[in-house]
Design a protein around this ligand. Structure first.
Ligand code: SF4
Length: 325
């Protein structure tokens, strides 16, 4: 299949903009994600801030792509998702940088962060890496708002889905991410991911480093605790208590928010209510990021919020192999 033709009449994500992103330079049109066919990359390097089975001792080999098909109002990576920070890179350059990262750092996997709007390049990159003999697991780090047809086309080029489930409340999804259909779309997408890969294998067979499967993430938003409780209930009812779930408390108002509640951090009481609900439901494979882990003790800055203007965008705390979940 000529993957690059998928940029024509673009339906790579459920926004289904239908624009032709092909063409030279600015001639390629941009859709909601604000990216044409020119691949742009914000950061390539080992990252230690993912869950322990993904980061391990040597880090997850992250590739942060510029742009995003969801563009949430509160995005913690807004520099790359909304402000376009990143450098153009062709496919050969991407493959070369990925191989260099693997050889230099011995990362446990290749982790494409928000890859869906550049799936054609990502699929081709994975094929090239495998042709060169690299067989380490491929992670798609996703928003959860995915096209079923693209998940099916991409299935041979991924091993691990590290996917968000952000909203059970369609009004909240519309207000913060301009996609009222998120709960329905994300549920169908997650079902497809589980059908393809099953649950994360570390939870089933005691491996330390994940090789395959699905891990669902949920970021708790301040003032939106009912949304989180609804998400957890839905996940439990649809997939059962064995579904691996990662509960994240790192929310930080990275941008001034119209919604006053989102201009603050999560309170301990809010976190406790959601965490207690997850325990009450009986999730057996729960990764938990406790609020006290979110600050860098030396700078008091939020340690999970990256700055992609820096050569090393992540806090020193996240440059070290800290199994904090
Ligand atoms: S990838 Fe971008 S252009 Fe394509 S459908 Fe999604 S938002 Fe629209």
């Amino acid at each position: 299949m000529d993957f690059m033709s998928l940029y024509r009449d673009c339906n790579l994500c459920p926004r289904s903009c239908g624009v032709n992103r092909l063409g030279r330079g600015a001639n390629g049109r941009e859709g909601f994600c604000r990216e044409n066919h020119q691949l742009r990359i914000a950061y390539i390097g080992p990252h230690f801030g993912e869950e322990p089975p993904i980061s391990g001792e040597r880090g997850s080999g992250t590739v942060f792509l510029t742009g995003c098909s969801l563009r949430c109002a509160y995005c913690q990576n807004h520099q790359i998702s909304k402000q376009g920070l990143g450098h153009p890179m062709d496919l050969d350059g991407l493959v070369e940088r990925a191989m260099d990262m693997i050889e230099t750092h011995g990362v446990h996997n290749i982790n494409f962060v928000t890859p869906d709007h550049f799936f054609p390049h990502v699929f081709q990159c994975v094929i090239s890496l495998r042709e060169q003999g690299y067989s380490l697991p491929v992670v798609y780090n996703l928003s959860g708002y995915q096209s079923l047809s693209m998940l099916r086309i991409g299935a041979p080029y991924v091993d691990i889905y590290l996917t968000d489930f952000k909203y059970g409340d369609s009004g909240l999804a519309r207000r913060l991410s301009k996609c009222r259909d998120y709960p329905k779309v994300a549920l169908e997408a997650l079902s497809e991911m589980v059908r393809q890969k099953g649950f994360l294998d570390v939870c089933e067979n005691g491996n330390r480093i994940a090789k395959r499967g699905v891990l669902v993430r949920h970021l708790i938003l301040p003032g939106e605790i009912e949304n989180s409780i609804g998400v957890l209930t839905t996940l439990f009812l649809e997939f059962g208590a064995a579904l691996p779930v990662s509960l994240m408390s790192q929310y930080y108002p990275a941008l001034p928010m119209e919604d006053e509640e989102l201009n603050r951090l999560l309170t301990p009481d809010e976190f406790e209510r959601v965490y207690t609900h997850a325990l009450d439901l009986g999730f057996e494979n729960l990764f938990v990021q406790f609020p006290e882990q979110n600050k860098d003790e030396s700078t008091h800055a939020p340690s999970f919020v990256p700055d992609f203007r820096l050569e090393k965008p992540f806090s020193p705390k996240n440059q070290n192999p800290l199994p904090k979940f």
